[in-house]
Design a protein around this ligand. Structure first.
Ligand SMILES: *Cc1c(COP(=O)(O)O)cnc(C)c1O
Length: 418
């Protein structure tokens, strides 16, 4: 049995220790030694087995080829970054002038380039702020504008945003009181007007982004709420900065601001296609109040996010927009090529926006249908491929797979079938 120090001197394992750190290499060696002790491995094979057991990377996060057809898949990290945003993250990984002016050698406003890019992207906003995520933006807005007071919100917008997190609980945690108005399906302007008074901190309008209520419904438009006189916070959710022709029912920041919203909050990693972030856009005095609130420091965004967000705002079209607008005929042609290589049938496939966006809106596309039993091996193979199991078939929908990865995807399927 090779001793641990001898094993670690093996050139392959020494090189791995430089790349992965000594801890992971020691674990691989200890695992191989344990197998040899248990008689599962001849002692002279311990070094080779340790090399084979080395992880591919230091992080346990595995890159995934998303063949689900769901563009913003929450379990798969929502929006993938553009190559430009990835470069920006790498560039910001070391020391960086995030809060420093190299011309004068003195302190500068944190993330000023990113904030300027966001303001340029939404000229209707007098001022902007970036925080950790959409939920943080909403908590900061309601805390700064309504702590100790009431947040007036429609019963139709008391949503759960996912994984058990409920908007009413989130707002209650800020020290504001929720004042519910209207009913689940219908809320009128008079419901809001009757509730407003000296105790009002703000009116909140939340986009019910992950479900749809159909039938006998009505809600009140932002423009009407703005005329009531209280500050209006609009949580648009998705991070759409302007209207998108493909998503007519999805609210956007620019329209909400033009309609008179005091503050708009949104995510940076849904339909904006950037890193996880929370965007705050709105009237100068209101955004300033949020910026100066002590809670702002607790939801401050880091330099990597600032870098990726700026690159998303200023740079090339992010991958989620490419996936969202993918041409169905092109998708079908790619599926035909894939089916030629791996077998299976080319079938229509309804993709989705996902991530709590545009519920009920299908994205017509195509997929290769394979036996459902392949789903598990494909998930645990290299590269990891996640498809969609539907009616006992595994569908590989190419909408969210970069075209350059089609061959890797085919190779992954062949590795599981041969
Ligand atoms: C997604 C969403 C949030 C939460 O945003 P995160 O970036 O996930 O924190 C809040 N409100 C609405 C309407 C959303 O769609």
């Amino acid at each position: 049995m090779p001793r641990t120090d001898v094993a670690l001197a093996d050139p392959r394992l020494a090189a791995a220790a430089a790349r992965l750190g000594p801890g992971l290499v020691r674990e691989a060696v200890a695992g191989a030694q344990a197998r040899a002790r248990a008689g599962e491995l001849p002692p002279e094979r311990v070094l080779d087995a340790a090399v084979a057991a080395l992880p591919a990377a230091v992080t346990t996060l595995r890159p995934v080829l998303n063949a689900t057809g769901v563009v913003l898949h929450t379990n798969l990290g929502r929006a993938p970054l553009s190559p430009a945003a990835v470069d920006a993250v790498t560039g910001a990984a070391g020391y960086v002038d995030v809060e420093y002016d190299v011309a004068t050698g003195s302190r500068a406003r944190r993330g000023r380039g990113t904030l300027a890019a966001l303001r340029a992207a939404v000229p209707d906003a007098e001022d902007v702020l970036v925080v950790n995520n959409g939920a943080a933006a909403l908590v900061l807005a309601t805390t700064a504008l309504a702590a100790g007071k009431e947040v007036v919100v429609s019963r139709g917008e008391m949503v759960e945003i996912g994984d058990g997190f409920r908007l009413p609980d989130l707002i209650a945690s800020t020290g504001a009181r929720l004042r519910e108005v209207g009913t689940t399906n219908r809320t009128h302007l008079a419901d809001y007007a009757d509730a407003l008074g000296p105790a009002t901190g703000c009116v909140l309008k939340v986009h019910p982004s992950n479900f749809r209520v159909e039938g006998f419904t009505s809600s009140v438009h932002v423009a009407e709420l703005a005329r009531l006189g209280a500050p209006v916070v609009v949580d648009v959710g998705s991070g759409l900065l302007g209207p998108h022709p493909l998503l007519p029912d999805e609210p956007d920041a620019r329209t909400a601001l033009r309609d008179g919203a005091t503050v708009v909050t949104a995510s940076g990693d849904k339909l904006l296609g950037g890193p996880q972030a929370g965007l705050v856009l709105g009237r100068g005095d209101a955004v300033d109040r949020l910026r100066r609130h002590p809670l702002a420091r607790a939801v401050r965004v880091d330099k990597l996010t600032l870098a990726a967000l700026e690159a998303t705002l200023r740079g090339p079209v992010p991958p989620i927009l490419t996936a969202l607008t993918a041409d169905a005929e092109r998708l079908r042609a790619r599926c035909v090529l894939l089916a030629d290589l791996v077998g299976g049938a080319v079938v229509p496939s309804e993709g989705a926006v996902g991530g709590g966006g545009a519920p009920g809106q299908g994205l017509p596309g195509w997929a290769v249908a394979l036996p459902a039993e392949l789903a598990g091996p494909l998930r645990t193979g290299e590269p990891c491929v996640v498809g969609r199991v539907e009616r006992d078939r595994l569908l590989l929908d190419l909408r969210c797979v970069p075209e350059d990865d089609d061959e890797r995807l085919a190779a992954a399927v062949r590795a599981c079938t041969s």
